[in-house]
Write a protein that binds this ligand. Structure first.
Ligand SMILES: C[S@@+](CC[C@H](N)C(=O)[O-])C[C@H]1O[C@@H](n2cnc3c(N)ncnc32)[C@H](O)[C@@H]1O
Length: 294
């Protein structure tokens, strides 16, 4: 293989992987062997281990072309998950595409916080949860899956994201109500009440967007841009949530590691009490919870 070109003839799996690894290495991909294997295994629809145990198979010509295309895209900075179409979240496999944020491990902390209410007195009063900015449906589908007794609604302004969320609910066999709309406005307009509002809203300050990694910049700006100081969505949610929370209602929000105190202040000013800031596995502030009891 010379420069960026691949062998014209379809190679056997072992050679295809070795060409892929050199290509990804030259493109600065940090774990070229792992990614080369993940992409080929996804394309063949098989476990990675089979690539090693059956490495003398000849790749069909069309598949070799498809593999090259995926490698080129990865080399251009497309996240691996968009190329395989999958991301694991809360031990469930979620479909993803460039219309949705790739669910993050940090967000599992938020879901676990909500699930921790399940066995408590507070939990017994929770009948209906709304996930605002549902994206792939990672939060809404996980909650419906692990807490089947509650009704879950997912709201997003993006119809393309909602289409992915719907597919994820079907994949995991859960019922979620999907609404296209702006934050909590559809619920407020319909005078509907819930007992818990959960959200991982866009929270990156607009000015920081250009300095994000090229992979993150391939994710939808609508899922990242939190306005000039990153706090726009928290302001809106703090203002809107009291109108659709049945007291005592709960709000659980993912935040950026440095936004804890600012979000606490916003919620306090909106009349929330019992504000707690929870940490992620790296020990950074990641989740804010609060109670609405007017
Ligand atoms: C940070 S992503 C979170 C996605 C998903 N909940 C997760 O945690 O992986 C934020 C989501 O909010 C959606 N969004 C942005 N503005 C919105 C608005 N005004 N109303 C509803 N959803 C919005 C975006 O389309 C995106 O799917």
């Amino acid at each position: 293989m010379w420069n960026n070109s691949f062998s014209p003839q379809p190679p056997v799996v072992r050679e295809a992987l070795s060409e892929a690894v050199s290509f990804l290495k030259r493109r600065g991909i940090p774990q070229p062997r792992l990614e080369a294997e993940v992409l080929l295994a996804a394309l063949l629809g098989e476990e990675r281990v089979k690539l090693i145990t059956h490495d003398r198979r000849l790749l069909p010509p069309s598949l070799w072309k498809e593999y090259q295309e995926l490698l080129r895209k990865r080399g251009e900075g497309w996240p691996l998950q968009y190329l395989t179409g999958r991301q694991e979240f809360m031990s469930l496999s979620f479909k993803v595409n460039p219309a949705v944020l790739i669910p993050r491990a940090d967000t599992e902390v938020l879901v676990e916080k909500v699930l921790s209410y399940k066995e408590t007195g507070t939990g017994s009063q929770i009948k209906h949860i709304v996930d605002v900015g549902t994206g792939s449906g990672a939060i809404a589908v996980s909650l419906a899956y692990y807490w089947p007794e509650v009704k879950v609604t997912g709201v997003d302004v993006s119809p393309e994201a909602l289409a992915v969320a719907r597919e994820n609910a079907a994949i995991h066999g859960v019922e979620v109500e999907w609404i296209r709309g702006d934050l909590l406005t559809p619920l407020i307009n319909a005078r509907r009440k819930v007992q818990l509002v959960v959200s991982n809203p866009p929270y990156i300050p607009a000015g920081d967007l250009p300095s994000l990694s090229r992979e993150v910049r391939k994710e939808p700006a609508l899922a990242l841009n939190g306005g000039p100081d990153g706090l726009d969505y928290y302001r809106c949610l703090a203002a809107q949530a009291p109108s659709c929370l049945e007291a005592p209602g709960l709000i659980a929000l993912e935040i950026g590691w440095d936004q804890g105190e600012a979000v606490r202040e916003l919620l306090e000013r909106a009349g929330f009490t019992g504000i707690e800031i929870g940490r992620d596995y790296a020990g950074r502030d990641r989740v804010v919870t609060a109670v609405w009891r007017p």
